[in-house]
Design a protein around this ligand. Structure first.
Ligand SMILES: *[C@@H]1O[C@H](CO)[C@@H](O)[C@H](O)[C@H]1NC(C)=O
Ligand SMILES: *[C@@H]1O[C@H](CO)[C@@H](O)[C@H](O)[C@H]1NC(C)=O
Ligand SMILES: *[C@@H]1O[C@H](CO)[C@@H](O)[C@H](O)[C@H]1NC(C)=O
Ligand SMILES: *[C@@H]1O[C@H](CO)[C@@H](O)[C@H](O)[C@H]1NC(C)=O
Length: 387
């Protein structure tokens, strides 16, 4: 009799304990500012704090179970000099400590690494320069070369299905000008949302690889040359595209040959495209192209966005190698929809001959994340609606 009463008592206490925890509401913003009200089991990272169990982000990632349970990692303020590589398929949320959760310019967590790829022999891949890599395998993350890029094996599994990051900066400090590909982010065969984050480099800052689905919200994406590029699908909402110089184009996309049909491309919406500061603005006036076709199937749209005077009056440009342009009429899709600001010159856009100015009919097919991603369950719609 006694043992069963004891076990009942234990069960009862356990239940009370659990419901007490349940009474403490989970609040992302409180978790980020005070470290309380975090989801149960949240791992804490800091190189210095005694409240932390991990000193590096990668060691916390490596400790996660290889299963489908959602996991949260709170990263306390500081600069982390490391490359982070995530292959896990179960949901992961990375929270950066902050007291300004709605302002990416005030982020206090910075993950930084200095690496570029100046190798032109093809023996080294751009992925090895990246501050953050999210992909199920190394092959899935390789950029490769040529018009179709690295041939990722068809039987490669999908990687992370629900990856979320809040208030973290990823900064590749390889050089202070374009000096070969230097990724802040490499994201392939995965679904991920980045909220109030920063991505800083000069060349090839953000790479969304094959079957990568990435949603950016109120984030800062900074660079000089081809700094939004890839094969996958990127939706950049209410963000700042920060020009640190000009070179190539802002966007450089490739058509993708994958077993899963998708509306690959980069969609920059309700955002602003502007020089990083006044001294850069003076240097680059009228010279930054909106994009250039990495292959003829490039697809990008700047929609309802502000373009400052740094933009090339022609808008987009062709990518010409050995006198052969990659732009293909009716195939290459380099467009704008209801953009505004001093970067607009309708006459020059028409003269340039590669920029498509869309009306609603042309834009409608690409006009919401739901239309360009296969599903959007992994997007934090609460944040997007202002919570
Ligand atoms: C990321 O980690 C996986 C698993 O350990 C490894 O196979 C892959 O090479 C790593 N990727 C990079 C770019 O280092
Ligand atoms: C302006 O931005 C450029 C490019 O990032 C940087 O090199 C320069 O130091 C910045 N200048 C000022 C005054 O902040
Ligand atoms: C896609 O694959 C087809 C058939 O293998 C090939 O002919 C075509 O060039 C490829 N195109 C791209 C952009 O990958
Ligand atoms: C717009 O472009 C046309 C043609 O290139 C040029 O003549 C004109 O000066 C530009 N307008 C402005 C305001 O820059």
């Amino acid at each position: 009799m006694l043992p069963s009463i004891l076990s009942l008592l234990v069960l009862l206490l356990h239940t009370i304990g659990a419901s007490t925890t349940a009474l403490q509401p989970i609040s992302r913003k409180t978790c980020q500012s005070t470290g309380t009200h975090c989801p149960r089991g949240t791992l804490v990272v800091s190189p210095t704090s005694k409240h932390a169990s991990y000193k590096t982000v990668q060691s916390a990632i490596d400790s996660l179970p290889d299963d489908a349970t959602p996991q949260t990692i709170l990263i306390l303020e500081g600069t982390y000099i490391e490359q982070v590589n995530i292959t896990r398929s179960g949901p992961i949320t990375l929270l950066g400590q902050t007291s300004s959760p709605k302002d990416a310019s005030k982020n206090r967590v910075r993950i930084t690494w200095a690496a570029g790829n100046r190798d032109s022999t093809g023996s080294v891949d751009n992925v090895f320069s990246s501050v953050l890599v999210v992909a199920p395998t190394l092959e899935a993350s390789l950029t490769g070369a040529g018009p179709t890029g690295y041939p990722v094996p068809d039987d490669t599994s999908f990687g992370n299905k629900d990856f979320r990051v809040y208030n973290i900066d990823f900064d590749n400090t390889w050089a202070e000008y374009s000096d070969g590909p230097a990724h802040a982010l490499s994201f392939s065969r995965a679904n991920g949302g980045f909220y109030y984050c920063g991505f800083y480099s000069y060349q090839d800052t953000v790479y969304i690889g094959k079957l990568g689905n990435a949603y950016f919200y109120q984030s800062i994406l900074a660079g000089q040359t081809d700094f939004l590029y890839g094969f996958g699908t990127a939706w950049i909402q209410s963000s700042t595209i920060q020009l640190r110089g000009c070179g190539g184009g802002i966007t450089a996309w490739k058509g993708t040959n994958t077993t899963t049909p998708n509306k690959y491309g980069v969609y920059i919406v309700d955002s602003s495209v502007r020089a990083a500061n006044v001294s850069v603005a003076a240097d680059i006036k009228g010279s930054c192209a909106l994009g250039r076709p990495w292959n003829s199937q490039h697809r990008s749209i700047f929609a309802r966005s502000y373009e400052d005077g740094s933009i090339d009056p022609q808008g987009y440009i062709d990518w010409v190698i050995d006198d052969v342009g990659r732009f293909e009429e009716g195939v290459t899709f380099m467009a704008e929809y209801r953009v505004y600001g001093p970067g607009i010159n309708e006459t020059a856009r028409i003269e340039g001959g590669v920029t498509e100015v869309l009306g609603w009919e042309g834009y409608e097919t690409y006009s919401t994340p739901q239309k360009v991603f296969r599903d959007t369950k992994w997007v934090d719609w609460g944040v997007v609606k202002g919570n």
